[in-house]
Design a protein around this ligand. Structure first.
Ligand code: PTJ
Length: 249
């Protein structure tokens, strides 16, 4: 990794870039993952590189949905592995939830490398390595999944998703929690719960809420999920963005 001085005003952002770039060299992140990261960075800049209140409330509802679920699954891709493997493992333990590898640019080599990394970090079962089911209506390899994992999951957390699978999972009747810095993306627009935040901040914050909400009753958590209005929250995110841009101009 390149040496970035800690005093650099963009230290955190540059270090994150280094992580993504290193993971691409190792064959974990697909080269288009760099482009996706750049798009994410641009939106993160616009929201002020912080968890905005609208994201925090969505993270709370996401935690409630994951705790209410019978078979919750966290979907893992290249970028998520590079940026938040430890945080996803920790979140999965706190719920508890399954971790399933699901790649848009799927190759046996990438799956193997990602599985090896999770194994090294102590994960005994990473689902999706040997898929035995397909998500209906999807032609890409994103459709490949595991019967006891994503295929039968009632709640799926999909950090950094492409819109097609998000819609296909919705058609299967699942609750889809998406983390996407772009509030205009198809994923953001179609998910059941959309978190407009950086995955590096969102995953630990969902875990924070998991522990807070474990102190409440199942009825309270169910009510939080049932009364969630995703469109309204997305409207508020857009309101936040336009206010922020106006205040800066
Ligand atoms: O590892 P694979 O093969 O499954 O491929 C993963 C990528 C990310 C390449 C693939 O899913 C893809 O092409 O995604 P998209 O369609 O480019 O969408 C990625 C979305 O994630 C974009 O809307 C970005 O704004 C957003 N994004 C990028 N980085 C972050 C992010 N959202 C949250 N946190 C980030 N760090």
């Amino acid at each position: 990794m390149s040496k970035i001085p800690k005093s650099h005003p963009r230290y955190h952002s540059l270090m994150t870039r280094e992580l993504i770039s290193e993971a691409m060299k190792q064959g974990i992140v697909h080269e288009t993952g760099l482009i996706a990261h750049g798009r994410g960075e641009a939106f993160d800049y616009l929201i002020g590189e912080t968890t905005i209140p609208e994201a925090d409330v969505a993270e709370k509802i996401a935690a409630a949905a994951l705790l209410c679920a019978k078979n919750p699954v966290i979907s893992i891709n290249g970028n998520v592995t590079a940026l938040t493997a430890d945080e996803c493992i920790s979140l999965a333990k706190s719920i508890p939830a399954k971790l399933e590898v699901n790649l848009f640019h799927r190759t046996p080599e990438r799956v193997k490398k990602i599985a090896a990394l999770f194994r090294k970090k102590g994960v005994k079962t990473l689902y999706g390595v040997h898929p035995d089911a397909r998500i209906p209506g999807l032609d890409s390899d994103r459709a490949l999944c595991e019967k006891i994992g994503i295929f039968t999951a009632d709640v799926v957390l999909v950090p950094l998703e492409d819109g097609d699978r998000c819609q296909a999972l919705q058609r299967m009747g699942k609750t889809v929690i998406a983390i996407d810095l772009n509030p205009l993306s198809r994923t953001a627009q179609t998910a059941t719960i959309t978190i407009v935040d950086n995955v590096t901040r969102a995953i630990p914050q969902i875990e924070h809420w998991v522990y807070q909400l474990k102190e409440t009753t199942p009825a309270y958590r169910q009510k939080l999920v049932a009364t969630w209005d995703n469109s309204k929250n997305l409207e508020k995110v857009m309101g936040f963005l336009s206010k922020r841009l106006n205040s800066l101009s």
